[in-house]
Design a protein around this ligand. Structure first.
Ligand code: HEC
Length: 156
């Protein structure tokens, strides 16, 4: 689905490495215009910390925001897109089974060689089930993956 939102989210993935703050507390997040939007649109029913309690993939955040809209969250499409993009960047996870070469490098900080090794493994061996299997992929460094573990997802 090549909606503008998906393209925007892809651009966000490519823009910068995420902050490795783990489970987010609101204060740790960079203060940008989009954070102000997040605060305005998403804190009328609960605290921001409830929103930041766990990392999600881009699709996970999209579903979460859609869910909140169905519960009554209000904002323009543009604001909701900004919220999804902001959360995906700073409280995001990457699905290593669907991520592009570029996303694996930008979001997880893998080298180009490591990212290629992962994609080659995926192409031949199919879906990676869990972290143990990921660590066994030839060409990847288990210690590096361990550091990024909270940023890695296998579904969605
Ligand atoms: C109209 C009220 C309302 C607004 C506005 C709202 N939420 Fe929620 N949110 C809820 C309710 C109710 C729950 C508790 C749902 C539950 O626990 O089943 C919740 C729970 C959550 C959770 C944790 C539950 C889960 O799915 O894991 C997240 C994450 C979340 N909201 C994100 C957001 C985001 C992002 C926004 C802004 C786009 C937002 N919320 C705005 C009503 C709202």
């Amino acid at each position: 689905m090549e909606t503008p939102l998906r393209l925007a989210m892809a651009a966000v993935f490519m823009a910068a490495l995420p902050f490795l703050h783990g489970q987010g507390q609101a204060g740790d997040l960079p203060d940008t215009k989009d954070k102000a939007t997040l605060q305005r649109v998403c804190t009328s029913c609960h605290e921001l910390d409830e929103v930041l309690a766990s990392r999600r993939t881009a699709i996970g955040w999209q579903q979460s925001v859609d869910d909140m809209i169905s519960r009554g969250a209000e904002g323009s499409n543009q604001e909701m897109e900004a919220v999804v993009a902001y959360l995906t960047r700073y409280v995001g996870k990457l699905n290593v089974n669907t991520a592009s070469l570029q996303q694996l490098q930008d979001f997880l900080g893998l080298t180009e060689k490591e990212a290629q090794a992962l994609v080659a493994y995926r192409d031949h061996g199919g879906k990676i089930k869990d972290f143990e299997q990921l660590k066994s992929v030839p060409g990847l460094t288990p210690e590096v993956l361990q550091e990024k573990r909270s940023l890695i997802a296998f579904t969605l």
